[in-house]
Design a protein around this ligand. Structure first.
Ligand SMILES: [Zn+2]
Length: 303
């Protein structure tokens, strides 16, 4: 019921936004524009800080409720409700995709022009391991995907649909992403690229360097170009063991975005009770969100 209500609200918001091509966007944040987001949105830093705090137990995720982790059935559901509400507030139609033992949150921005080409998918896992608030792993990636949805909703020219997914149960075997990858393959879905974001909250050496995991040559070129625009650095690595792996195994072009996990500039609080919001390098999270949003905006044809 809650998912249906959220979907209906989001659809209404979307319809309102679709009527106003050059008018201010439906959200409170900025006017819609036909430009890829090369500048930082004014709301971004505060949005990421608040979202990470709420997902990782530094603030209430719902009135009177703090998440010690996102590993139990109840806490995963609470995190999903939060994500559904955030997407609806951004004007992106969102719903639960329940696969039995868990559920992904999915949201889609339709193409605004043309027939709509193959799907661009961007996701992050929403769950954490038991006993860890999971601020870096992976409230950082989930917040970046929610922020990217807001940024992409403000881009008024998209020649491909963009689907945002918050995966469940990554930490117990890539279950949510494996389910979705299989469903897309079975449906014969046309997918241009899959981007997954996992742990982008740590940059102790301050080199603003992201690892781009197992990209195709074309995808790495896209990240290099966006990184040059934003003044960040990217390294191609063979890193895996997270959601993009599930899509690659299902035959899709897929890439992961991470802090320097392979390079060693990665959180020392990995899977620990100390993976808290206070330990994160929030400006780095913001750069990661902007990097992903810019790559995707250009993938969907925004100049
Ligand atoms: Zn993770």
């Amino acid at each position: 019921m809650r998912a249906l209500a959220a979907l209906a609200l989001a659809a209404l918001a979307l319809a309102a936004a679709a009527c106003a091509d050059d008018a201010p966007a439906d959200g409170p944040d900025a006017a819609a524009t036909c430009r890829a987001p090369t500048a930082a949105p004014p709301w971004l830093d505060a949005y990421l800080a608040t979202t990470i705090a709420r997902l990782s137990g530094a603030a209430d995720v719902a009135p009177g409720l703090r998440l010690a982790d996102r590993a139990t059935v109840e806490r995963r559901a609470a995190a999903r409700r939060f994500a559904l509400d955030e997407l609806a507030a951004a004007g992106v139609a969102a719903a639960l995709d329940d696969y039995g033992t868990g559920a992904n949150v999915t949201a889609e921005l339709p193409a605004t022009s043309g027939a709509g080409g193959p799907l661009v998918l961007v996701g992050a896992h929403l769950d954490s391991v038991a006993g860890s608030p999971g601020a870096d792993d992976n409230a950082s990636g989930a917040a970046a995907v929610l922020a990217a949805a807001r940024m992409l909703a403000e881009v008024a020219c998209r020649d491909r649909p963009v689907r945002f997914v918050l995966f469940d149960q990554e930490e117990v075997g890539l279950i949510g992403s494996t389910y979705l990858a299989g469903a897309l393959r079975q449906a014969g879905a046309a997918v241009a690229a899959v981007h997954t974001v996992d742990q982008i909250g740590w940059d102790a050496d301050g080199d603003r360097r992201f690892e781009i995991e197992q990209p195709t040559a074309a995808l790495f070129a896209e990240y290099q170009a966006a990184a040059a625009t934003l003044g960040v650095a990217v390294t191609s690595t063979a890193g895996g063991r997270t959601d993009h792996q599930a899509f690659r195994e299902a035959g899709f072009a897929a890439v992961g975005v991470s802090e320097e996990f392979t390079g060693g500039d990665t959180t020392p609080h990995y899977h620990a009770a100390t993976d808290t919001a206070a330990t994160l390098h929030l400006p780095f999270v913001a750069l990661g969100a902007r990097l992903v949003a810019l790559v995707i905006a250009r993938e969907v044809g925004a100049p």
